[in-house]
Design a protein around this ligand. Sequence first.
Ligand SMILES: Cc1cc2nc3c(=O)[nH]c(=O)nc-3n(C[C@H](O)[C@H](O)[C@H](O)COP(=O)(O)OP(=O)(O)OC[C@H]3O[C@@H](n4cnc5c(N)ncnc54)[C@H](O)[C@@H]3O)c2cc1C
Length: 502
Amino acid sequence: MPQPAINPWVRRFEEADTPHLSAEVVICGYGGAGACAALEARRAGADVLVLERAAGGGGSTAMSSCEMYLGGSGGTRLQRDIGLADSTENMIAYLQECFGSQGDEERIRRYAEGAAEHFDWVEALGVPYKRAAFLERTVVPLSDESLLFTGNERAYPFNRIAEPVPRGHVPSKEGDEGGRMFMQALMATVEAEGVRIQANARVLALLQDDTGRVRGVVAKIDGTECNILASRAVILSAGGFIMNRAMLERYAPEVLPYGEPYGNQWDMGDGIQMGMAAGGNIINMNECFLSFAFYPPAKLTYGLLVNSGGQRFINEDAYLARLGHHAAQQRKQEVYLLVQNEDYEPTMYMESRRMAGTGDSIAEVEGEAGLPAGALQATVAYYNKHAEHNEDPLFHKAAEWVKPLDKPPYALISYSPQDVQYQLGDGPGYLMFTLGGLQVQTTGEVLSPAGRVIPGLFAAGRTAAGLPRTSAGYASGMSVGDASFFGRLAGCAAAGHVKAEG
Ligand SMILES: Cc1cc2nc3c(=O)[nH]c(=O)nc-3n(C[C@H](O)[C@H](O)[C@H](O)COP(=O)(O)OP(=O)(O)OC[C@H]3O[C@@H](n4cnc5c(N)ncnc54)[C@H](O)[C@@H]3O)c2cc1C
């Protein structure tokens, strides 16, 4: 008789040996989501144990710039202090346009309603935020301002739907150390308030009882498998699966030829696999953030992005993740930037691109690059005709970035994935991380395919399908913002079980 397949990610609680450890709330992963969940659960009175696979906490959140996408409620304290207003409805309108039918309306509303308070919570940890904005087109301010535009707010079609407001909040320090600053302040508070942390502890499996309730985990600590009971809840906050080649091949195979994984080494999808094994549903698994950071310098935005047919496909003033999404849709992901000499400077975040053609005329560039004869010339002629009047009727690039390309020499630079090497990437390709995971309620409770809650199981951060659902609408700050905000909600809800049942 065939034996049932053994699922390594879940074990029968009834068969578990004597537990080595126990807590009311057990958290798997001590990155941004896990630390926020731990602090809120602890503050609500729960005994909390965090298990972390690495030698210390931080995860991808500590590697990040820690831009958080926050606003609404009249404005965060930082927005208001520098004279900016931001209504919740304006933020919701923007976020809905970002994710369209892939967005989760309830999650968007909950986030927009709570984001300003979330800023206060983060600042109260001791994370410094300077009351100053950097409003030029960039990715991260390398000076010490704490507010910037991090998405498509000023670009078409978003600028027709919502009032553009800068919502990227970043810790203040020259350079790019926001994630480290945030996680240091957060972990110091978590530990000072009495959360127990066990590092070098890889969670291997969930313990689930015969009724379907999650009762704890099995973790490998110092080479020994330990049963750890969670009398109230387990929260999975183990990041996404961008470092797991087999999972990418299965769930997001289309990005593999052109994406370059961006994250910490333990973004192996363990949390997602455990949640699935316990009966959780997974959604949005084929979606990834894709970076096409051809800027800064901002003045490259005067150029034209074209595909292998010499045709434009996007307004060039869009945010890097939207550019990545649309670049990936072009035939063989072949994309080029046509730029005139006066606007040229090397792209800041990339070590290399490929010069596809140069010349004193568009025809010369087109010929050298091997584009179809006349195609690029037609594109530029049409663009220039309207640029004379500061208009872009095809893609609606904002007027400040529109001017005729009529000052040779010109260059056509290939930003096709195989020609692009980021400073932070190990190989060529567009930097990427995953946006799919366990389907959860806004409280973090994990849902089955039938929409039922898996008792005792929560998830947050990139282990869950959260606020950001597609690169087309992603803005910097939506992942750390989501992980920290919904991590807190999961911690509160898990502790709510303590209050209700304890
Ligand atoms: C360089 C870089 C810059 C970025 N900048 C930004 C930014 O400015 N703003 C933004 O919004 N997003 C940014 N992102 C994305 C963002 O940082 C992440 O998506 C987000 O921080 C993920 O948070 P998390 O809590 O889900 O995961 P993490 O912070 O990665 O935490 C997961 C933790 O779980 C642990 N873990 C994994 N498996 C196990 C296991 N089996 N048992 C125990 N522990 C386990 C990991 O070791 C890790 O510590 C950036 C990403 C990178 C790589």
